[in-house]
Design a protein around this ligand. Structure first.
Ligand code: GLU
Length: 293
């Protein structure tokens, strides 16, 4: 594994929306091992901003499964739902910079607008998260928007990505596998920083938390590689530290598909219940014997 430094701080940041599967075990190990090889610290964070899908019993299951696997993390564990004030302050900061705007659109509104633009299917402007927001609410009269918000209409907050990127200027970050990267947040369009159903978003809370927790090396699955373009921009806008990054490949099951909670992938809990030992589970996750906790 490439070295970072003696002061390395890594984290594993699962969402308690189901029991952990082998892919999570691998991802947790990857972060733990990066810290262990550098004599650093390994932290845990509970990413529970989606209150409708997260459950306390799944959070308890995360602690139970990781401990059974022999991983040791530092306490206190940061739970995102305990820190909504931090995200609100960051949003206030971006608002003061005139870099966010309320968006009242439903999914249908967005689909309709994209359809009306008459793109051929392969020409629909897309970013790493899917079709980019067509900008319907970007130029709403601020006074009208205030009235709608005051009237209780549901809204998200979106970043004015192009002006934000222009203001931040050229940005780079270091990926330990792929080297120096140039941030291209524009490809995401105006990302959501606070959802209609939660007063923050994945992009905002992860970026802020990594800073607050002093994470120096962010490790995560390569499915989140592109998200770093947005995170790097948010770091610049909010005056946050920029960690180094390292992404790992995603484990796949016998069917060749990556493990996912929605597929009811075999869980650590079910493997344990069927009599597997932690060592057998690490073998299934592809972690070599000499590198285990
Ligand atoms: N909570 C995210 C997940 O479960 C991981 C966030 C991150 O590592 O940036 O996929």
């Amino acid at each position: 594994m490439p070295a970072t430094s003696a002061a390395t701080v890594t984290r594993f940041a699962p969402s308690p929306t189901g029991r952990l599967h082998l892919g999570h075990a691998y991802s947790a190990w990857f972060a733990w091992a990066q810290a262990a090889r550098d004599g650093g610290r390994f932290l845990l964070r509970i990413e529970d901003i989606d209150r409708s899908r997260c459950r306390p019993e799944f959070e308890a299951g995360i602690f139970e499964d990781l401990a059974w696997l022999g991983l040791v993390w530092e306490t206190p564990v940061r739970r995102q739902s305990d820190h909504m004030d931090d995200y609100a302050r960051a949003l206030d900061d971006l608002k003061a910079q005139s870099l966010i705007y309320p968006c009242f659109c439903t999914r249908k509104d967005i689909q309709r607008e994209i359809a009306a633009a008459g793109h051929a299917p392969h020409d629909i402007p897309r970013g790493p998260d899917g079709p980019t927001y067509p900008g319907i609410c970007r130029n709403l009269d601020p006074a009208d928007a205030e009235v709608r918000m005051a009237g209780g209409e549901a809204f998200a907050l979106r970043l004015k990505t192009d002006p934000a990127a222009a203001r931040a200027g050229p940005l780079t970050w270091r990926d330990l596998e792929r080297g120096e990267q140039t941030a291209r947040p524009e490809m995401f369009g105006d990302v959501v920083l606070a959802r209609k159903d939660a007063p923050t978003s994945y992009h905002l809370s992860v970026t802020l938390d990594d800073h607050v927790q002093g994470v120096t090396c962010v490790t995560r699955g390569e499915d989140l590689f592109a998200a770093t373009h947005v995170h790097r921009l948010l770091q610049a806008l909010l005056g946050l530290a920029t960690p180094v990054y390292r992404h790992h490949g995603l484990l796949t099951g016998p069917d060749g598909k990556r493990f996912a909670k929605r597929d009811k992938a075999e869980t650590i809990e079910s493997l344990r219940a069927s009599g597997r030992t932690p060592g057998e589970v690490w073998t299934m996750a592809g972690v070599p014997a000499e590198a285990r906790p």
